[in-house]
Design a protein around this ligand. Structure first.
Ligand SMILES: Cc1cc2nc3c(=O)[nH]c(=O)nc-3n(C[C@H](O)[C@H](O)[C@H](O)COP(=O)(O)OP(=O)(O)OC[C@H]3O[C@@H](n4cnc5c(N)ncnc54)[C@H](O)[C@@H]3O)c2cc1C
Length: 297
């Protein structure tokens, strides 16, 4: 797997053979066994069935830095003060952090700069970095048409997390390997334990939900899966389905969509970041933010 560029931020500089489906890429190199390991790890992390995904996405997600913690279930990071502490840290550095405002439009100002419009107010900026759900930019006036065309093709996987109270926390986190193969949507893929007091706590259970399945039915199957592995859980504390892993298909990659995005970085003072640009994990997002700030700011 001699692709050192896979560790560089972004997809624009990758070789063309990485745009083919992962399954074909592995077969050509006699790496079918390796592909099963990739499949299990990425399925459990909400990437869906990866065989038809462009190899670039799979290999980037599995770069050396990411693989260890998934396999060994180590490196769990907890933020004891809560995620709001991250915002607090940000507000110490940045001027006037605005929360709970959804950007609905971005319009060019005469000369230079842009106006961002939310439901509550509007404000002018010299430069803006978009990181959230880039498909939203398709409706924004200032965004170049060729980028809107690309962003309109972004697709996601559904990834659901269920939190159960339990008085008997399992001894370790774990995977249900029999469900980490194609065709097992809706079944428990992995669980992660969060210790509470007196031996109990909360178990987080991860599932790729079946489309359109009623929530009760979904929950029943999850409870059955947990029962089969002898896990005893009490009430459902919370659940949520997330959109995960924004990506496009191999055709668009072959047509150079990431190169086009790069060519447009900075045009009208607009920049593009977030998980679509470098991979759907926190470290990859940070790496891309670093790259953006070093190259353009
Ligand atoms: C269930 C689940 C588990 C995961 N586990 C891990 C893990 O263990 N390790 C790991 O590294 N990664 C994990 N990931 C992936 C990781 O969370 C994402 O890749 C990463 O958070 C993406 O960062 P981002 O900045 O691109 O987007 P986000 O983190 O989604 O941030 C975007 C922000 O923009 C806001 N926003 C959206 N639209 C607008 C708008 N129009 N105007 C203003 N604000 C807007 C959103 O509310 C959000 O706060 C997980 C993802 C999921 C769904």
């Amino acid at each position: 797997m001699d692709n050192p560029e896979i560790r560089q931020p972004g997809y624009a500089g990758l070789r063309e053979d990485l745009w083919q489906p992962f399954q074909d890429w592995c077969r050509e190199r006699g790496l079918e066994t390796v592909s099963h390991i990739h499949e299990q790890i990425l399925m459990s992390s909400g990437y869906g069935e990866i065989r038809q995904l462009p190899a670039a996405y799979v290999l980037k997600a599995m770069n050396a830095g990411n693989i260890g913690p998934y396999v060994e279930m180590t490196g769990k990071m907890v933020i004891p003060e809560g995620t709001q502490s991250l915002v607090q840290r940000l507000s110490e550095k940045a001027r006037q952090v605005r929360l709970c405002q959804r950007v609905e439009d971005c319009r060019l100002l005469p000369g230079s700069g842009v106006r961002l419009i939310t439901q509550q107010e509007s404000a002018e900026y010299d430069r803006v970095i978009f990181t959230a759900g880039l498909e939203q930019l398709c409706g924004m006036e200032a965004v170049p048409e060729e980028l809107k065309e690309i962003f309109s093709h972004i697709r996601y996987q559904q990834y659901a997390v269920y939190l159960f109270w339990t008085s008997q926390l399992p001894p370790t986190d774990g995977y249900l390997m029999e469900n980490l193969v194609p065709g097992r949507q809706g079944h428990v893929m992995k669980w992660v334990c969060h210790k509470g007091e007196k031996g109990g706590g909360v178990v987080a259970v991860y599932v790729s939900p079946r489309a359109e399945e009623p929530p009760r039915q979904r929950l029943e199957r999850i409870r059955e899966d947990l029962k089969k592995v002898g896990m005893s859980v009490d009430g459902l504390a919370a659940w949520r389905t997330w959109r995960h892993f924004p990506h496009v298909d191999g055709d668009l990659l072959r047509r150079g969509c990431y190169r086009v995005i790069q060519e447009n970085q900075g045009r009208h003072g607009l920049y593009y970041g977030g998980e679509f640009l470098n991979g759907a994990d926190v470290e990859s997002c940070i790496a891309w933010s670093r790259e953006l700030s070093e190259v353009y700011f």
